[in-house]
Write a protein that binds this ligand. Structure first.
Ligand code: 8YV
Length: 311
């Protein structure tokens, strides 16, 4: 193995892994990393990773010359940014390029959850139409009240789309922003005045468990929860309990607390739509994310500056 400055941590989409191999002869961190880190830890200046791996303080400590952590994905909650920043290590992500795909997913998931399209598809395939005659009536999306938890780049793209459906949009953020939507001072207040709560907040310690029992109760038995952000933002055990006890009308989920493990209790519920974290998973968006990831690596190695640092 020749010496490289670039280390891949965890799986990456093939185009990114290939680019790192072709251009930098990048290493891939082995599952049992101790020997590799003892031998090559000092060579590494750039780590490239994604949400499906963890870059923690122990790994950062084992890389004394690390200068940048390049994350494929807008969410970087699996990177210990405090440990990185304490050492002056830059962290980049892939903002903007996935706004449209993730917002499209949120709206598709919302439509499916309220209108029951996936359940209706199962009804047809199971041969129940000729027997049961009618699929149960569902909840109208147009004109509904949607509360968005986290009105960042993706939250705004969701709001824009749902405005075209005649939905009344409100939001909660840590800070009020300059938008034509009603501000709610807490997640609970947001949920109390919404038919649908859409979670679009960044993951990590600051948002962990924000959607708790009180928020789910405020949403109530006629309310729906949509989550395209991170499973950690929602208390998943409370969500499962609310759904199985019918204290919530339904949920559309793209993200979970312990991916790829989904609580089995949800499999039996027809009022829940379950996606396997596909928010940004279009050919076009993933190509743009790959390009931006590789551009961050190239820029750091040639100039010491990241193209899209997280701060
Ligand atoms: C990706 C995501 O699936 O960007 C994010 O934060 O969650 C998704 O776009 C993920 O990052 C790939 O690991």
């Amino acid at each position: 193995m020749s010496t490289s400055q670039v280390l891949q941590v965890g799986p990456l989409m093939p185009a990114v892994a290939q680019g790192l191999r072709d251009d930098y002869d990048a290493y891939v961190l082995p599952d049992e990393p101790a020997e590799f880190l003892a031998t090559h830890g000092g060579d590494i200046t750039v780590v490239v990773t994604s949400g499906s791996a963890v870059v923690d303080a122990a790994l950062i400590d084992a890389l004394p010359n690390l200068g940048a952590i390049v994350n494929f994905g807008v969410g970087y909650d699996t990177v210990d940014v405090d440990a990185a920043f304490a050492r002056g290590i830059g962290v980049s992500n892939t903002p903007e390029v996935l706004n449209d795909a993730v917002a499209d997913t949120a709206v598709g998931l919302l439509l499916d959850t309220l209108r029951g399209f996936s359940a209706a598809d199962r009804f047809v395939r199971a041969g129940r139409w000729p027997v049961d005659k009618m699929f149960p009536l569902t909840r109208e999306v147009s004109g509904s009240r949607v509360g968005i938890l986290g009105l960042g780049r993706i939250g705004r793209a969701i709001a824009l789309r749902l405005s075209a459906f005649g939905c009344t949009i409100s939001y909660h953020n840590r800070h009020r922003v300059d938008v034509p939507y009603e501000y709610a001072s807490s997640p609970e207040e947001l949920a109390r005045n919404a038919d649908v709560l859409v979670v679009a907040a960044a993951g990590g310690d600051s948002s962990r468990g924000l959607v708790d029992r009180a928020v789910l109760d405020a949403l109530g038995p006629d309310g729906y929860l949509i989550n395209i952000a991170r499973g950690s933002v929602v208390d998943e055990a409370e969500l499962v309990a609310a759904l199985t006890e019918r204290r919530l009308a339904g949920a559309g989920l793209d993200v979970y607390a312990d991916e790829p493990n989904v609580p089995e209790a949800l499999f039996a519920l027809d009022n829940v739509v379950l996606l396997p974290h596909v928010g940004s998973a279009t050919t076009q968006t993933r190509a743009a994310m790959a390009e931006l990831t590789l551009r961050n690596v190239a820029s750091f190695l040639s100039s010491g500056a990241l193209v899209t640092p997280v701060r």
